[in-house]
Write a protein that binds this ligand. Structure first.
Ligand SMILES: Nc1c(C(=O)O)ncn1[C@@H]1O[C@H](COP(=O)(O)O)[C@@H](O)[C@H]1O
Length: 163
């Protein structure tokens, strides 16, 4: 998959300050050769943009959305309310409450509007989960996930500790 391909994953975050964490998603998607786009979109600060982005994502060819936000993290859930695409929420760590606020804001969705929530700061796993979802229909992505899992397995099996 070259860089010219249309994005399959939309990585969005509530603030530029989330990039330090959310770059993990982008890095893993790059590692797996998955075309993606990155945008700063806030349910609170740019509600119209969020509405337009979420409403048009599927028709633009996006298949999975990864949404990261911190604190009163409404972006993932509100995005999920506006699209039938799977939304993966990343609770961004916070200074005051350690990201527990972000986690609870994202994970406790009401019936009807699910958000697949990863661990606090789990941006890289969000990308792997997005890749697994894409792997259902994109065999080349599934093959890359298997290769990555095999390399992680070999690393563990090859580890030796002089204790
Ligand atoms: N949780 C949200 C939303 C939202 O959910 O729409 N928009 C911004 N934010 C969060 O506010 C935190 C602080 O943002 P600033 O650093 O810009 O003040 C960020 O973690 C962001 O995700």
């Amino acid at each position: 998959m070259g860089a010219s391909m249309e994005p399959l994953v939309g990585v969005i975050m509530g603030s530029k300050s989330d990039w330090e964490v959310m770059r993990g998603s982008s890095e893993v998607l790059k590692l797996l050769g998955i075309p993606h786009e990155v945008r700063v979109i806030s349910a609170h600060r740019t509600p119209d943009l969020m509405f337009e982005y979420a409403r048009s994502a599927a028709s633009r060819g996006i298949e999975v959305i990864i949404a990261g936000a911190g604190g009163a993290a409404h972006l993932p859930g509100m995005t999920a309310s506006l699209t039938p695409l799977p939304v993966i929420g990343v609770p961004v760590p916070t200074k005051d409450l350690g990201g527990l606020d972000s986690l609870l804001s994202i994970v406790q969705m009401p019936y009807g509007i699910p958000v697949a929530t990863v661990a606090v700061g789990g941006a890289r796993n969000a990308a792997l989960l997005a890749a697994r979802i894409l792997g259902i229909r994109h065999p080349e992505i599934r093959e890359r996930i298997v290769a990555l899992m095999n390399s992680m397995r070999d690393e563990v099996l090859g580890a030796s500790i002089d204790g």
